[in-house]
Design a protein around this ligand. Structure first.
Ligand code: HEC
Ligand code: HEC
Length: 202
């Protein structure tokens, strides 16, 4: 008990070490990898499992909380996330940052040039800003803006076509609102082009 009180005043970094020592973190990571791939590179299953490798910790943490708070609805991840303690959420979010497997590939290559143009310049006539403006010129993201580089094609297409059905649920406005108009203004074929392009970025 005394020990627990002592620990609670030390910072988050120590928190993570404690979680790791308890063996809980390793066990959880094994579990994550059964779906997200052995090096978290993503996996084409019955559902597309997104790449987590290299993902921004703040984005990861925000999404895990969104699943817990049901701001983002997904029955699988709601189940996975609702049992995680806040310190476990932080520890998991940080873990994937340094993984750097090759992109899983496999996206259609027919409209990569269009995808690159959308990513770099946007589509001014359709009110679509350059993705690079927020996600970075290499698609690595920052803070609460996710990495797109190497993301599974089918996953990105699914997210962009169903954006407001899945994200930003409930009454409070969250970070998903930043992407909503862009997702809305892209046509299906433009989504496919840009999702294919980013899936090959390393
Ligand atoms: C049973 C399979 C399964 C397991 C186990 C699982 N996930 Fe997931 N995860 C998914 C699926 C499917 C999605 C995509 C959800 C969607 O389409 O919105 C996802 C999405 C995510 C996302 C959102 C990614 C993004 O780019 O927005 C994060 C973060 C995540 N999972 C973290 C984890 C962590 C951490 C663990 C381990 C504690 C874990 N997942 C375990 C299936 C799983
Ligand atoms: C104004 C900044 C901004 C611009 C411009 C922008 N995004 Fe985003 N994007 C975000 C933010 C913030 C999120 C995280 C949303 C959340 O928290 O749910 C996001 C999330 C995403 C996701 C979900 C990633 C995942 O792992 O689930 C995809 C896919 C995406 N953006 C694609 C694009 C594409 C393609 C473009 C260009 C056509 C683009 N974005 C332009 C800010 C931006």
């Amino acid at each position: 008990m005394l020990l627990a009180v002592g620990f609670s005043v030390v910072g988050r970094a120590e928190d993570r070490v404690i979680v790791a020592r308890q063996g809980g973190l390793e066990a959880k990571l094994e579990y994550c990898k059964t779906c997200h791939g052995l090096s978290a590179q993503g996996y084409r299953g019955y559902f597309p499992m997104p790449r987590l490798a290299g993902q921004q910790p703040q984005y990861m943490e925000n999404q895990l909380r969104a699943f817990i708070e049901r701001r983002r609805t997904n029955p699988i991840m709601a189940n996975v996330a609702h049992v995680l303690s806040p310190s476990m959420v932080s520890a998991l979010a940080t873990h994937f940052r340094n993984l750097d497997p090759k992109p899983i590939g496999g996206a259609p290559r027919g409209s990569l040039a269009l995808g690159k143009r959308i990513f770099e310049d946007g589509l001014p006539d359709a009110n679509v800003p350059a993705c690079a403006a927020c996600h970075g010129s290499e698609g690595k993201g920052q803070n609460e803006i996710p990495r797109l580089a190497g993301q599974l094609y089918e996953y990105s297409v699914g997210q962009l076509t169903g954006w407001t059905k899945v994200r930003g649920q409930g009454s409070a406005v969250d970070t998903s609102a930043i992407m909503a108009p862009t997702a809305h203004n892209l046509t299906r074929s433009q989504i496919e082009a840009v999702a294919a392009y980013v899936s090959y970025l390393q």
